[in-house]
Design a protein around this ligand. Sequence first.
Ligand code: Q46
Ligand code: ZN
Length: 283
Amino acid sequence: MYLCEEHFKEYFERKVARTIEKYKLASKDERILVAVSGGKDSAVTAYVLKKLGYKIECLHLNLGIGEYSEKSEIYAKKQCEFIGAPLNIIRVKELLGYGIGEVRTSRPTCSYCGLTKRYIMNKFAYDNGFDAVATGHNLDDEASFLMNNLLHWNTEYLAKGGPLLPGEGKFVKKIKPLYELTEREVVAYAIAVGLEYIVEECPYARGATTLDMKEVLNELEEKRPGTKFNFVRGFLRKKKLFEPEVKGKDLKECKICGMPASGEICSFCKFWKLGKPLTFKIK
Ligand code: Q46
Ligand code: ZN
């Protein structure tokens, strides 16, 4: 489909609006916290949500990964100013004493980085009464997530895929408004509306499995257009197959922070060896 710039913007925004409606992601009276990384996807998410009339506020996590994180924070600030959305910033190094990549551990960097990001985003949203956390995941991200987890038969993760992860207890609802848009479309939209974003990848992303998955899927897409979309749509139809993997699993409350945990202490407090809970209440 070839569209001029104005029609492309309309097409893109309509598609986000329809995704929100179709999957019942959020309503206009809900307060949405958008996780902005400084990259294109989250910036576009915040921009379009605001344009569509949703009540948003942003949160940027400075991960403490040297120059990359400093640059990311500068972009996140610029983007939120451009969008006209309030921005909250949390710096992992100030909060926990170490930046991502500085901890001596046998755990892979991306694994504890992911754990830290998910925990802080959720706890920040919970402490401040947000109804949802929106992330910038697009169609390519979801397809590579599915492919990777199918290859490793991580059925528990597959059960949690999709554009909406409903809130439960102290887990705030997670939504992905760009779920049906491709990475190329997101780049084109960011350029069309004049959003600046960090182009460099995180230094730990090099060689990350996600990038390999994306490469394979792009090759397939080239040969058979529509592959990614059909793969993701097919997953949504069959997602029920994986749901028994997570149903009925009782979560306890972490003895330290009171957030959901599978054991006595949640994986965040365990990893960061916390003795008392962190609180992110701003007002
Ligand atoms: S997980 Fe890994 Fe990312 Fe964290 S350490 Fe960088 S690449 S930022 S999406
Ligand atoms: Zn905890």
